[in-house]
Design a protein around this ligand. Structure first.
Ligand SMILES: [Zn+2]
Length: 715
């Protein structure tokens, strides 16, 4: 259901910036010297903060470069020590030791990466351009280290005789596989080629993301004539006045192409030309033939990935990626998407027809276009179900939704959340909570950052500043975060969020729960990309359950619980507009797969390629793919390349898993306990299907997903 979500933990290679604790950095002479030279740099000494959270109040931009350089130097020294160990390679002195390297680096890089996404500026952007190739080279120095690989291989080759437990074996197999997939088995020339490709990729992906942010911030729809506000509810007008004020345009109204600003405009504005203007600005991001154009960059990224896959012996990047996923091959993903696409496009066409007939009935003499879809869908929703987004929002005050999620977590898992207003934060709007077990034990820390800013990329995601692991038998607790772009409060009203935003919040909270519950003994996690949305998407199922709504959906002014009649309307309308929602998502998934199976990305015209593909699959022109190529950050600057399909693949799992709760009662503690123990705690430390079957007793069936989306074939 949620399309904005992404996670930013980089999954897989143990060498990549996992989040971790720096307290055990080795005290080699060089490290001591570096610490002395950086006496004011908070990364070079114990944080001294409660729960060892990053001291955001002390961290300055100029601290990152020396910390990253020192982190690289230390990790290289740690790896050299493993390589030069005169003792024969064992699981402990090679695999476990390697898992424990790079803690200093990942601490600094974790903070750096989180700020780059959620609170960036020109200096941080310049630094990212400077450090991306540096970090890529460092990863290659480890990943392509021949002697290190020989030690790993020696342990791997005798794995059957080592009596390893499940988690150790999983770590060993994935470490070996990561090295092979990184190019460890290649000859010297090919390795050099890999290094070049990785360097170039690191730069292009940073540039792609920067361009999307620049294009998002560049557009403003400024309204100075009251008549142009026709149709907009007062709350939307207030929000636009607030945005105008922040932009120094007091007395006017400003709409941006950030989702919480643009979507209500598209849902209500009676000015067709302005709807077109704002929606075009949104879907033309990165495609304006200016200095922020992403067409050539997208091609370049796809081509670099293709070339890298070929060196490694794969037909294309999708084949390379999918080998590690539950789906295994591009053919299986394509077949799965096709199976869903056919009933979806039929539904979408029916929806378009219904919207056109509403336009005709209302005397509109025009053909439905993409900038009309939201408005007429909203009108039709009111006509069919008497349900209106602006009537719902008062029951979804952001703070109340947060309390609803906390209440759910208490019912399922016994968790308690205590706000910690005194902990350092990277922005005054960020909220920080300590998460406690039922018996009061500390589980972890959770940062939540809710509203859009020009310094934040769009969408919603969850990751963290530190991942849980064990240090000498002691659990190092995680520091998780959630970053969203939800509707802001206005001068007159608190943040009242849409039902889409409610789903997104539950979704990201599910990711955060899997970070908080994580019980891996080691720092590395290997999560199949297409299972990663199980913990998040299952949470969305609870969001609008009447029993939970009764606990949290209270009117922000009167405190009245959401009326039963409104809840019933919500339930009845749950399949409304599903053709559109599923079609725009599947179209983007198909686009992603097409880019990453293309034999010659360097030779295509990016715009034509996309248009032609959408024509071939029969996407109706009234629907734009959820992401067009030029702002598809998930795949061109995030970790979802050949993986955007993962949301709907995971949905097979989460719909089936939620059936288990429905069978036993949606707050059933025993089912929740089993989900926690079998799926959430060991997430990323063993094969996902094995975990799933242990929870559910059988592999998942697709029926729940088809029902959930109204895609069952009618007989
Ligand atoms: Zn997600």
């Amino acid at each position: 259901m949620t399309r904005y979500a992404a996670i930013i933990f980089i999954i897989g290679l143990a060498l990549l910036p996992a989040m971790s604790c720096k307290k055990d950095a080795p005290e080699a002479p060089a490290a001591v010297a570096a610490a002395a030279a950086n006496a004011d740099n908070p990364f070079f000494k114990p944080y001294g903060t409660p729960f060892n959270v990053p001291p955001f109040d002390l961290i300055k931009t100029e601290h990152f470069l020396p910390a990253l350089e020192e982190g690289i130097r230390r990790e290289q020294a740690e790896v050299d020590a493993i390589v030069n160990n005169p003792k024969a390679p064992t699981f402990e002195n090679t695999i476990a030791a390697l898992d424990h390297t790079g803690i200093f680096l990942s601490e600094a890089n974790g903070v750096f990466g989180a700020l780059q996404s959620a609170n960036t500026n020109k200096d941080l952007q310049a630094l990212a351009r400077q450090t991306a190739p540096m970090l890529a080279a460092h990863r290659d120095n480890i990943g392509l280290n021949e002697k290190l690989f020989q030690r790993i291989k020696a342990v791997y080759d005798k794995r059957a005789t080592l009596k390893l437990d499940r988690e150790e074996l999983f770590l060993l197999e994935n470490t070996y596989r990561d090295f092979v997939r990184g190019g460890a088995l290649l000859g010297e020339n090919e390795k050099a080629r890999m290094r070049e490709l990785n360097q170039e990729l690191s730069l292009q992906t940073v540039k792609f993301g920067e361009n999307v942010l620049a294009e998002t911030n560049a557009f403003k729809l400024v309204i100075d004539n009251k008549a142009d506000l026709t149709g907009l509810p007062a709350s939307v007008v207030d929000m636009a006045a607030e945005t105008a004020k922040q932009s120094g345009l007091e007395g006017k109204w400003v709409f941006s192409i950030q989702v919480p600003s643009m979507t209500p405009f598209l849902m209500y504005s009676g000015k067709r030309d302005l709807r077109e203007k704002i929606q075009r600005a949104y879907f033309m991001k990165g495609d304006n033939d200016n200095e922020f154009d992403n067409k050539e960059i997208a091609k370049k990224i796809a081509d670099l990935r293709r070339r890298r896959a070929e060196i490694l012996g794969y037909a294309n990047h999708a084949a390379f990626v999918l080998e590690n996923n539950m789906a295994k091959t591009p053919e299986r993903v394509d077949a799965f998407l096709k199976q869903l696409w056919e009933p979806t496009v039929v539904k979408a066409r029916e929806e378009a027809t219904a919207l056109q007939s509403l336009i005709d009935r209302q005397g509109g003499k025009f053909k439905l276009a993409s900038w009309d879809w939201w408005l007429y869908t909203e009108k039709l929703r009111q006509e069919k179900y008497a349900l209106d987004d602006s009537a719902l929002r008062p029951y979804f005050k952001l703070d109340n939704v947060r309390e609803g999620i906390f209440a759910l977590c208490e019912k399922l898992y016994g968790l308690k959340f205590v706000e910690k207003p005194d902990l350092p934060r990277y922005h005054p709007e960020v909220q920080v909570f300590e998460v406690l077990e039922a018996d009061g034990r500390h589980l972890g820390i959770l940062y939540m950052d809710f509203h859009p800013r020009p310094s934040k990329r769009s969408g919603a995601w969850s990751g963290g500043f530190r991942r849980a692991y064990y240090e000498k038998g002691q659990r190092v607790p995680p520091v998780a975060n959630i970053v969203c772009n939800f509707t802001r409060p206005t001068a007159d009203a608190p943040s009242l969020i849409s039902t889409d935003e409610v789903s997104t919040y539950f979704h990201e909270f599910g990711h955060a729960l899997s970070t908080l519950f994580s019980q891996g003994r080691y720092r590395s996690r290997t999560v199949a990309r297409d299972s990663v949305e199980l913990p998040s998407q299952i949470m969305e199922h609870w969001a609008f359950e009447p029993e939970l709504l009764a606990l949290y959906a209270k009117h922000y002014q009167t405190g009245e619980t959401i009326p039963v009649a409104l809840v019933e309307k919500l339930e009845k309308s749950s399949l409304f507009n599903q053709g559109f929602i599923t079609a725009e998502y599947l179209a983007a998934s198909i686009l992603d797969m097409a880019w990453h199976t293309l034999p010659n990305p360097a030779e295509v015209d990016a715009r034509q390629f996309e248009t032609k593909l959408m024509g071939e699959i029969g996407l109706i022109p009234e629907i734009v793919p959820r992401y067009r190529s030029t702002y598809f950050s998930h795949i061109f600057s995030g970790g979802y390349a050949a993986g955007y399909y993962a949301y709907i693949w995971s949905e097979v799992l989460d719909c089936d898993a939620y059936e288990a709760f429905k069978e036993k009662g949606i707050f059933d503690k025993a089912t929740a306990e089993s989900f926690r123990k079998n799926v959430l705690e060991p997430f990323g430390t063993e094969d996902p299907m094995t975990q799933y079957v242990r929870f559910r007793g059988a592999e998942p069936k697709i029926d729940g997903l088809l029902r959930n989306r109204g895609l069952e074939v009618k007989k």
